[in-house]
Ligand binder design. Structure first.
Ligand code: DAK
Length: 259
């Protein structure tokens, strides 16, 4: 069935797919249906050999202004428990291929948290990041108190979470939340360019590299180093490792096959 709230663009660059959140009138507010479509699309792209990196964007005005407040407002705690939004977000967290967020305009609440679930963030000068849940009488529920704090440190995270203040793209860049700030008209093309660069590497090494970097967030240094070393050794079982090193010695560009 055709998704209603997202658009999937295939091969926007070699081995790069692009998912666009598409509820523009609601500033891409993340209702359950959109999140379900996003989860399904990401799972399908994760399993597709023709995809090695994924770009996730909204539009120029909004990446996403958060979870759909109108859909959430009347829910009880038990409704929330039964709907179990966490399972959707957990599935997205498990996507093995790198996801690059292309952000312009608002990335708020769940929108900001969704960018932080991605692996890199390219933002336009007009991007605004914020966790305004406190103004609704709640707190972030999908990583805004945890991933944000790890990314920008306690001082700024505490201020954003306790006051709901939005930060600019430049502030986000300075704080280490995002990778780069680009002119607004370039936010998508620059994200695709970055994704294409990643997609030109060995897809097996890319997945293992992503996995190893993420390991740093939930392991001790010793466990993380052990995990990294295992992945490093394991890559010597791939044809891509032989090709990559052979190509270096022959002074040519490697042709990675994902095997
Ligand atoms: N939900 C529903 N509708 C929204 C929305 C949202 N988050 N944000 C904007 N809209 C709708 C507006 O209601 C308006 O619709 P109409 O009134 O025209 O029907 C339309 O989008 C345009 O918005 P505005 O007229 O407000 O546009 P402005 O440019 O004046 O203002 C704004 C833009 C982004 C500053 C403002 O819309 C705003 O403050 N929006 C709400 C931002 C916000 O509070 N976001 C946090 C939501 S709470 C979880 C996972 C995730 C979450 C929680 C749990 N689990 C896994 C358990 C996440 C929670 C949240 O994100």
């Amino acid at each position: 069935m055709q998704p209603q709230f997202i658009i999937i663009h295939h091969q926007v660059a070699p081995f790069v797919a692009h998912i666009q959140l598409n509820r523009p009138k609601e500033l891409n507010a993340l209702n359950l249906e959109l999140m379900g479509e996003l989860r399904d699309a990401l799972k399908a792209l994760d399993a597709d050999d023709q995809v090695r990196a994924i770009v996730l964007s909204g539009n120029e005005k909004a990446f996403a202004a958060g979870a759909d407040i109108k859909q959430m407002a009347g829910k009880t705690a038990i409704d929330m428990y039964n709907i179990d939004q966490f399972s959707t977000w957990d599935t997205i967290k498990k996507i093995k291929k790198p996801i690059i967020a292309a952000v312009s305009g608002f990335a708020l609440g769940g929108g900001c948290e969704l960018t932080m679930l991605c692996d890199m963030i390219v933002a336009s000068e007009t991007a605004r990041f914020g966790q305004p849940e406190i103004k609704l009488g709640v707190i972030p529920g999908a990583g805004g108190t945890q991933r944000l704090t790890r990314a920008v440190g306690k001082a700024l995270a505490m201020e954003m979470v306790l006051t709901g203040r939005f930060i600019t793209a430049h502030e986000a860049h300075k704080a280490g939340l995002i990778n780069r700030v680009v002119p607004t008209e370039l936010f998508l093309s620059e994200a695709i360019k970055l994704a294409a660069e990643v997609a030109s590497m060995s897809p097996i090494a890319i997945k293992m590299a992503k996995e190893a970097v993420l390991k740093a967030f939930d392991s001790t240094l010793e466990e993380g180093l052990h995990f990294e070393r295992k992945n490093f050794y394991l890559l010597f079982a791939s044809e891509d490792q032989k090709e990559g090193m052979q190509a270096f010695m022959e002074k040519r560009t490697p042709d990675f096959k994902g095997r």
